[in-house]
Write a new protein. Sequence first.
Length: 359
Amino acid sequence: MKIDWKPACALVLLLAGSSSRAATIPEPVSGDYVIRGFRFASGETLPELKIHYRTLGSPRRDSKGIVRNAVLILHGTTGSGKGFFSENFAGVLFGPGQLLDSSKYYLVFPDGIGHGESSRPSDGLRARFPRYGYNDMVEAERRLLTEGLGVNHLRLVLGTSMGAMHAWIWAEKYPDFADGLVPLASVPTAIAGRNRMFRKMVSDDIRNDPEWKNGDYTSQPRGLTAAIQVLLFMVSAPHLWQKAGPTPGDADKYLAQQMHARGDGVDANNFLYAFEASRDYDPSPDLEKITAPVLAINFADDEVNPPELGLMEKLMPRVRKGRYVLIPATAESRGHTTHSWPVFWQEHLKKFLAELPPE
């Protein structure tokens, strides 16, 4: 295990030049895979579980029929695969000659259970929707790949936030399925401390609101607004927010913009389920079982996974082929959501991909 504290070089210059180098974002192919009779870890079942997905590129198989170029890219809590098609992400990684060039790789972007256009509580079951957890979500991702898309091997699993936690589960449950894994903004242990308290606030804000009505509301409960405010604190970046709100008026305007961006079209049950899904997450007992190389990247100004707790320094030595990189905070970094700005960490990804075994 190696812990790498060295920052990516010349971040300011990289940011300044990123827009001019960004490639045209390719159009993904979208589809739905329906898993029939899906059984959740809770014992609940759904007759049909729909997993929506997007793909870029085409799978390439070797002489034995093994897919060698597939990359699974996993989104964060309340997000969807669509979020990866922003200029700051797709425009930096997926274009010609870039690290995950879609003419070379087969990129797969699922919407997790309860997220995006996959089956979710707001489809009609509301609070009667099965209480899914991260292990259920990973199992659905696996079945999408193997049964729906015919992908029997992955070159890489790359995940942000919740998707990063899924990457840790993938590494343990299916140690030979992927050549390498890159979790961005996560810690491979049970969610506790302030992170857990943040999530409990979200749940309580919604569940304790009389307007929630045990999930059978006719309009979005006011508790959802409070829950979104908690989320904003979780993912905030001090430098960025100060720059966006240098005066009281500017700060109020920026907050309103953020609340609108985070809350537009959000459903309280979907939001609640997404946060509560982390309850079964704890890869820490089995870290020694991970055999594939892992590049874990965290961020110094991440309020969700604050590095001062020292958790990664305790856990990463147990990952035999693990490397830990802490990206320093700068006036340009974005707190927890720096995971969605590859300009900060792409040099580490480049090195990691170069060190993987031949495809």
